[in-house]
Ligand binder design. Structure first.
Ligand code: PMT
Length: 390
């Protein structure tokens, strides 16, 4: 961040990037700290904010060279006219300009300044020069400025800047493909106040949906009852029960190229839902349960079935059960994970997967679910393209 009124919007950029699974480190020029305090960004990012080049303490932690190497992308928002001028001349007279000079990663600038400063031939020349060197210039936008002027120079809104960062990571592996996913648990009502469910949080399926968007796919996510925000850039359909999950998936499976079944759909549901709350009477009670539709097996059996990826959640014999499900449900691929253990599986932020298909397998070790999802999506894309060029 450099010094500008738009500095306050950087907090929203940080928050949105984190929501998408990014790790964010904040570097502020001295001028930026005049507009908003480093403490705000330290609290939001959960990491020290870097402000000084010649500070022995900061340099011993994560100095300018380590920061330059650490980041996958560097977004300067807001980027003031002064900072743009210094960057264009290759100056290294504060931490931010020095780390940008030391960086070999993608740099994005979100200019924010008065319209006359933006229109000035010096600023235009500087931006053109940086653009020619591969720096990505995002905006600026047009409108009423803090100084009252109207014109070009406003920093683009956080959503738009974050979308550009996301786009940068678009691998294109699933470009042009339609992916349908399901995620989360289902709830099977017993009476108006009780239900049967499981511990799925939806995190694995939502991470996969995000990874599919990042890979360039058009994504529809059918979600059971979960407490998760919708990843950007996809269509979300909310359902509660296994039968609603089946209806929502089956009515959307026809145009899909790939179906990923990460949901923990109930295998059994009460044979009937009692109209009124069941009263506590005898010492024991029995529930009569009937099988639900197997959603992924039904999709895989369709005449023009999409490429079907199932999951297997097991407490024992992971490989044998997963391979059994791969065959019995006629899947193209299955991702197996342990559940009921302290780590991984349900509700945790990390997971590990053993992935099987008819001619191979791959172990994906424990890592954050978004990183794991990206690796699984890369595998799915590879297998999908191999199958469709056979
Ligand atoms: O949501 P999280 O908290 O992040 O946890 C992630 C997860 C553990 C739920 C996820 O990684 C996972 O394993 N999902 C599948 C859970 C499951 O129901 O597994 P299963 O082995 O019982 O079912 C095998 C496959 O059949 C699954 O793809 C499942 O979606 C599908 N199925 C099962 C029953 C049913 N009626 N219809 C189905 O489509």
């Amino acid at each position: 961040m450099t010094g500008g009124v738009a500095a306050y919007k950087a907090a929203e950029i940080l928050r949105q990037c984190q929501k998408l699974g990014a790790e964010v480190r904040v570097v502020m020029t001295p001028a930026a700290t005049e507009f908003i305090t480093p403490l705000t960004f330290q609290a939001l990012s959960g990491a020290p904010v870097h402000t000084q080049l010649l500070d022995a303490e900061q340099e011993s932690g994560m100095g300018h060279i380590s920061l330059a190497r650490w980041a996958d992308v560097i977004l300067v928002a807001p980027a003031s006219a002064d900072f743009i001028a210094r960057l264009a001349t290759g100056m290294a007279n504060d931490l931010l300009s020095t780390l940008l000079l030391a960086s070999e990663k993608t740099v994005m600038l979100a200019p924010a300044m008065n319209r006359a400063m933006y229109d000035d031939p010096n600023t235009q020349q500087n931006l053109n020069k940086l653009n020619g060197q591969g720096v990505i210039i995002l905006g600026p936008g047009e409108g009423v400025q803090a100084c009252g002027d109207i014109g070009l120079g406003r920093m683009l809104e956080p959503e738009s800047l974050v979308a550009s960062v996301v786009e940068h990571f678009n691998t294109g592996e699933l470009a042009g493909l339609r992916v349908l996913l399901n995620a989360g648990p289902t709830r099977e009502a017993i009476d108006p106040v009780r239900y049967i469910s499981n511990h799925s949080s939806g995190k694995m399926g939502f991470a996969l949906a995000q990874a599919c968007v990042d890979a360039g796919a058009q994504v529809t996510l059918v979600a059971g009852p979960v407490l998760l925000d919708t990843p950007m850039g996809l269509e979300r359909v909310d359902v509660i029960s296994a039968s609603e999950m089946a209806d929502a998936v089956l009515s959307r499976s026809e145009p899909a190229d790939i179906f990923i079944a990460a949901a923990a759909v109930a295998d059994y549901t009460p044979a009937e839902i009692i109209d009124n709350k069941i009263k506590k009477k005898s010492a024991q009670m029995q529930l009569n349960l009937v099988k639900t539709i197997d959603v992924v097996a039904t999709v895989a059996a369709l005449p023009d079935a999409p490429f079907c990826v199932g999951f297997a959640a097991e407490t024992d014999d992971l490989e044998a059960y997963a391979k059994g499900k791969l065959v019995n449900k006629s899947l193209d691929m299955i991702a197996a994970n342990w559940v009921g253990r302290e780590q991984g599986g349900f509700n945790s932020d990390e997971n590990a997967l053993s992935v099987y298909w008819n001619s191979g397998e791959q172990q994906l070790p424990s890592m954050p679910k978004l990183a794991l999802a990206q690796q699984l999506v890369a595998l799915i894309a590879k297998r999908y393209h191999e199958k469709n060029t056979d």
